[in-house]
Design a protein around this ligand. Structure first.
Ligand code: FAD
Length: 473
């Protein structure tokens, strides 16, 4: 059977389902094809389940030091089965929410694997979607005027450290663990690696974090990187940088053992499990891209600033186009693509103003350039920094580690970057994102009255500090 649509979206993750909702708002007849579960990686294998586990780790770690708050909780322990149940129930609830939104928007959902066909009896141009239905029924043929490819990404692997699900795992298997290992080696100190290191250390797991480059989270500001390293080490994480893991030394017996080369010396590491977190790669295979003019480079679909591929009626968004692989980036790319399809001429997505968050404890969040990048780009930089040690609410919370750092252009007073490490950093960064969107100068953030006592006072003070006017510093 053939069905005609204004828009067919291939992949119902955060990018795809949000695009579908926006398309329905704009009156486009829309279908979404999803081979797994609506909500995709973020909801089922990424953001939400990992943050649910992180929250349990945070509660446990706070409970262990409850005496600091004058609260006497004896024999604090945790039940990992219940923690997993809580995580699954949150995911289940949100999954139902997405399904409801599809119904509300009258978006047709095809549960199956979609593939783009070349010119055929259905259409003279590429873009007809053939769906191999999950229920084994006959393939559906969808004939769209436009297509959005939002098929997401999957974990990268390291040759010689292939995922076996038992000793060697990726974040996908880690999220489904039924019990925690006593010790773990984490290979890769990017965002996912440090989040797992922080969480597992909070759950009393003996963690060794092994990173190839000379720093963890290399994309962050240097001062933030150093502070996170200090905080992870305080939790007991062994942070090893400049270490090249040697896969041919891998052994799996009762433990996983592997050697790494550090400054020319071979060093031996052992853990009950080894978590590989070395980035993600776009899902470009099996989509029928070879039936089109679409260009793929480094496993990412190439698009223009409106998210059009070389086939102007086929768009691509989210993790599959590479760049910032974040859920809110995927959804906003989806919205822009749909608005372009609807002829609304949306403005360019300003990636430098998008917040990036890391849910370690303490949390990290940033917008814009790091200090090093700003200097490299030739800006004359002025900066303000304010520590949570001097913020009343942080002391009340018992979470006074970290700081806010604001970097500005001393010639134009433009905000170049805001970097936070500390309590609730990921919630607070939106103030900085809004300021950047409105082209506010640091003094305007400083002139905004931040209520007392709040953690956000650290942002106000850091903004004042850019011009040497902080009150409590
Ligand atoms: P996805 O969410 O991957 O969705 C793609 C969908 O396409 C999938 O459901 C897949 O089944 C489907 N699909 C693929 N091929 C086909 C096909 N041929 N036919 C039909 N369907 C198909 N981001 C954040 O912003 N914040 C976080 O805290 C965060 N935490 C993360 C933690 C982890 C452990 C991981 C792995 C990722 C995390 N991310 C986070 C990243 C975030 O999950 C992704 O950026 C986001 O999911 C990308 O959305 P997407 O729509 O591009 O792709």
């Amino acid at each position: 059977m053939a069905n005609e649509y204004d828009l067919v979206i291939l992949g119902g993750g955060t990018g795809g389902y949000v695009a579908a909702i926006r398309a329905s708002q704009l009156g486009l007849k829309t279908a979404i094809v999803e081979k797994g579960k609506l909500g995709g990686t973020c909801l089922h294998n990424g953001c939400i389940p990992s943050k649910a586990l992180l929250r349990s780790a945070e509660v446990y770690s706070t409970a262990k030091r409850s005496e600091d708050f004058g609260v006497l909780a004896k024999d604090v322990s945790f039940d990992f089965g219940k923690i997993q149940e809580r995580k699954n129930s949150i995911v289940g609830q949100l999954h139902k929410g997405v399904q409801y939104l599809m119904k509300k928007g009258k978006i047709d959902v095809f549960e199956g694997e979609g593939r783009i066909l070349g010119p055929s009896i259905f259409s003279p141009i590429p873009g007809t979607i053939s769906v191999e239905m999950n229920n084994g029924e006959e393939n559906e043929m969808l004939i769209p005027k436009n297509v959005i490819v939002s098929t997401g990404s999957r974990p990268n692997t390291l040759p010689g450290l292939e995922i076996d699900g038992k000793f060697i795992i990726s974040s996908e298997e880690a999220l489904k663990l039924q019990e925690l290992p006593k010790s773990i080696l984490i290979v890769g100190g990017g965002v996912i690696g440090v989040e797992w290191a922080s969480m597992l250390a909070d759950f009393d797991v003996d963690v060794t974090l092994i990173e190839y480059s000379d720093t963890i989270i290399p994309a962050e500001d240097k001062e933030i990187r150093l502070e996170l390293k200090k905080q992870l080490e305080k939790k007991g994480v062994k942070v090893v940088t400049g270490a090249k893991v040697l896969p041919d030394t891998l052994e799996k017996n009762e433990h996983v053992t592997v050697q790494a080369e550090i400054k020319g010396e071979k060093v031996f590491f052992a853990g009950e499990k080894l978590l590989v977190s070395v980035g993600r790669t776009g899902n470009v295979e099996g989509l029928g891209l070879e039936n089109t003019e679409i260009v793929v480079s480094n496993n990412s679909i190439q698009v223009n600033e409106n998210f059009q591929t070389k086939e102007s009626h086929i768009y691509a968004i989210g993790d599959v186009i590479g760049g910032l692989q974040l859920a809110h980036v995927a959804s906003h790319e989806g919205i822009k693509a749909v608005e372009h399809i609807a002829g609304l001429q949306p403005e360019r997505l300003e990636y430098e103003k998008i917040a990036k968050c890391i849910y370690t404890s303490p949390e990290i969040a940033s917008i814009g350039y790091t200090e090093e990048e700003a200097i490299e780009k030739g800006f004359t930089v002025k900066k303000g920094k304010f520590s949570f040690q001097a913020v009343g609410k942080a002391l009340v919370y018992g979470e006074q580690e970290g700081f806010v750092k604001i970097i500005a252009d001393s010639q134009t007073d433009d905000i170049l970057g805001v970097h936070i490490i500390g309590p609730h950093a990921t919630d607070m960064i939106s103030e900085a994102a809004l300021a950047a969107t409105l082209d506010a100068a640091p003094w305007e953030i400083g002139a905004t009255i931040h209520p007392h006592p709040t953690l956000s006072e650290a942002i106000g003070e850091a903004a004042l500090a850019v011009d040497g006017k902080e009150i409590h510093g």
